[in-house]
Design a protein around this ligand. Sequence first.
Ligand code: AMP
Ligand code: ZN
Length: 469
Amino acid sequence: MTLSLYDTLHREKRVFSPRDPSRVTLYVCGPTVYDYAHIGNARPPVVFDVLVRLLRREYGADSVIYARNVTDVDDKINAKAAREGVPIGEVTARYEAAYLADMGLLNVSAPDLAPHVTDHIEAIVAQIAAIVDQGCGYVAEGHVLFDVSSYPAYGALSGRNLDDMIAGARVEVAPYKRNAHDFVLWKPSKEGEPSWPSPWGEGRPGWHIECSAMIEAELGLPIDIHGGGIDLVFPHHENEIAQGVCAHGHAHAATAPAEYSRYWMHNGFLTVDAEKMSKSIGNVLLLHDLVQAMPGEVVRWALLSAHYRQPLDWNQSLLDQSRKNLDRLYGALRRAEGVEALGDMPSPEFLEAIEDDLNTPGAMSKLFALSSEIERAMTAGDTRAVGIAKAELIASGAILGVLQSTPDQWFEGGADDTLKTEVEALLAERIEARAAKNWAEADRIRDRLTALNVVVMDGPTGATWRLKE
Ligand code: AMP
Ligand code: ZN
């Protein structure tokens, strides 16, 4: 296989080759657990889940280590806990559990490691101390700051030049900073806020240091792939690199950024009805609500329907189309239900598309080619061809994380057992009515099914049904 990935640092697609094929490491910046995640926050975990599925297929499930952190120390968490009058752990446990449940509904596989900031304070303090020892950090008024002027490659990932940044800086700069772009590694906690001991006094870590410290502690440097949303390129990932390399005295190495992560991947942003999601516009869609309102598979398909680096607009027609596309693919699987799948390999055309920097729209079009092949071969009575196409469709779907239910589960999804029993009984009565050529009765039954929000589809092997949206 030749997997190529667009690397934000090198600004080009590069053939992926891990440092050690028996230990491929990947880190994706995860959620800050102070509230329900919005649908944009679901794009990175779904996109990188596809990458992880692909890597596991190539290198073996046990040879890939995927870490997605949980940010459980943050100002927004403190504010929420204070409002509710509960410890921060209560807030973070609640929203982490909701996040994981919603990820499950999106069929996102659990990461191998889910490091929490509160479990890594020692590692964080140790990395800050190393940065200070290397002369790349300084202490001022109870804060520890990273000195960006100590690291010549600062700006390499985002393509920013420190001199231009300094010239353009208009933000009000805290008086204890030597340079406007110096950023916080450690800061004192306010009265009543959670704090931990450190050589610089009681306090808490800044945001950027958590990821570089947990990457070093959990995965070791350099990692193979670091991922996240495009908004994290600057300053978050730029600062991670600065911390990760300077803690080890590599500030002046020309290769410095690659000594932290060998490949950098970033997903584009999701908009809603062509607008940025924002509380003031009132168009923030919560993942938690969406996966209650429709099958997680529809949400997942919609999230993967644009190439991950492109913007993705979330709107009703995207959801309608996603459902229709899945109907078509599950429809083909249902036609082929009586035929045994032959094999467990994705189609070569599918692999070629997905290995080309995760070209999911291209890969999806190969799924449609397989469903057409099933329809063609069914009509031609070519059972062997049906079996091969069916196997390829299911195995290709597994890499996208879709098509893993049975056609019945898909089409009848959302119906509870009482409803299922009632619908099956009505369908049986309808068959009898039709056999007796009692059309009035058959129509009456169809009306009752319609009243139950059920659509009946007559096919060559009998009637099937599904719930209307
Ligand atoms: P946050 O909780 O804001 O740190 O975001 C968690 C992840 O979601 C990060 O990787 C962000 O880059 C990503 N993200 C946030 N908003 C969006 C959006 N509208 N579209 C795509 N990704 C997003
Ligand atoms: Zn991070």
